[in-house]
Ligand binder design. Structure first.
Ligand code: MRU
Length: 352
């Protein structure tokens, strides 16, 4: 992986296909440094996903698709290598279903063009990966349009983790709803949970919204209950990594606690996600695999130890919010409400 010059453009380009490889903004170094890395082969893309240079469910889906395209570009025996490429990318992170959805879509395209010349297959896979990226931006704008009317004017919106432009190909899901509400002329303040242990809220959401000029206050995760009780929060909007058939939602660890506190205080709790985050093959959230990440993310802050040596650590990266805590699921195809088993299927009619 190579690093490139610091860019100072206004729009955040999370991930791009270029002649030199797949270029991504290094999210582990934000907000202190704006560095772009170039992945020149699929193994580097897999490393970037695993180490969270790129993260967020839709963004890792786009990255995986581009990884498959990069693998195809450098392979002279795609029939033998395609399963290895797909398997390597699929093994990077287990929870966000968008990763598997994107790999599956690339496999299907490969299956449909397998009989063509290698160069034609490569061209087709590269354009499919670029299409997935472009579609994601349009999908997020549609999620924003569908969700913006739900955001109360003149109130504060609480969000957890980063479901913004950085977590997607652009615009964001939860932050897309906030952006669209602001574009509609609503006066909105945002409270961003810092999101221990990886600090996506402090490092990424705060950075993104500040760049957009959206008034944002950073709070630590344990302050959410205090503010939800205060009457200041008009609604909560978060993203999702996988949504089961009954509407249970896996999202960044800590989301469940926020949802329970929101219900206790009668604050609407919204989930914003593309339909590619739905996994209707799972009956409930209990079946969603939860990634366990390294202990050092909990015991160290930016490389500095904050806990005694050898203390046992648990670090589940996600939790599951039961659907009874969710006021609505906002997708590009519309807004689903309980009972979700029916409403999610209706939204996906004809596509899943
Ligand atoms: O571990 P991460 O940073 O990949 O987790 C990201 C989240 O949990 C997001 O809320 C989710 O992927 C939705 S992103 C639009």
């Amino acid at each position: 992986m190579s690093e490139s010059s610091v860019l100072t453009q206004n729009t955040i380009e999370t991930i791009e296909w270029t002649r030199n490889g797949v270029v991504m903004i290094d999210q582990t170094r934000l907000p202190r440094e704006t560095v772009f890395v170039t992945c020149r082969n699929y193994v580097e893309v897999a490393d970037a996903i695993r180490t969270m240079i790129i993260r967020g469910a839709p963004a890792i889906g786009v990255a995986a698709a581009m990884g498959v395209a990069l693998g195809a570009l450098h392979s002279n025996d795609l029939e033998a290598e395609m399963p290895v490429i797909c398997e390597t990318l699929a093994k990077t992170r287990p929870t966000a279903v968008n990763l598997f959805w994107a790999i599956e879509r690339m496999k299907q395209v490969y299956g449909s063009v397998q009989h063509l010349e290698l160069d034609q297959i490569r061209t087709r896979l590269i354009s499919e990966a670029q299409r997935i990226r472009e579609e994601d931006i349009a999908i997020n704008q549609a999620i924003g349009r569908n969700g913006a009317p739900l955001v109360p004017d003149g109130k504060t919106v609480l969000t957890h983790c980063n479901a913004g432009a950085l977590a997607t190909a652009g615009f964001g899901t939860a932050l897309g709803v906030i952006r669209a509400a602001v574009e509609m002329g609503k006066k909105i303040d945002v409270f961003a949970d810092e999101t221990r242990p990886f600090l996506q809220g402090a490092r990424l959401t705060a950075w993104e919204l500040q760049r957009d000029g959206i008034r944002t206050t950073l709070i630590t995760d344990n302050m959410a209950g205090h503010f939800l009780k205060s009457g200041r929060i008009g609604c909560v909007v978060v993203g999702a990594d996988r949504i089961a058939g009954n509407g249970d939602v896996a999202n960044k660890v800590g989301t469940y606690g926020v949802a329970v506190l929101a219900k206790e205080n009668s604050v609407p709790f919204y989930v914003a996600a593309p339909v590619s985050t739905l996994d209707l093959s799972l009956a409930s959230g209990d079946e969603i695999p939860i990634e366990e990440r390294s202990a050092s993310e909990v015991t160290h802050l930016q490389g500095v130890p904050i806990a005694p040596d050898n203390i046992p650590v648990a670090n589940p990266a996600f939790d599951v919010t039961p659907s009874r805590y969710i006021s609505a699921i906002i997708t590009e195809r519309g807004v689903a409400r309980a009972p979700y088993a029916g409403s999610l299927r209706t939204l996906c009619h004809g596509i899943l």
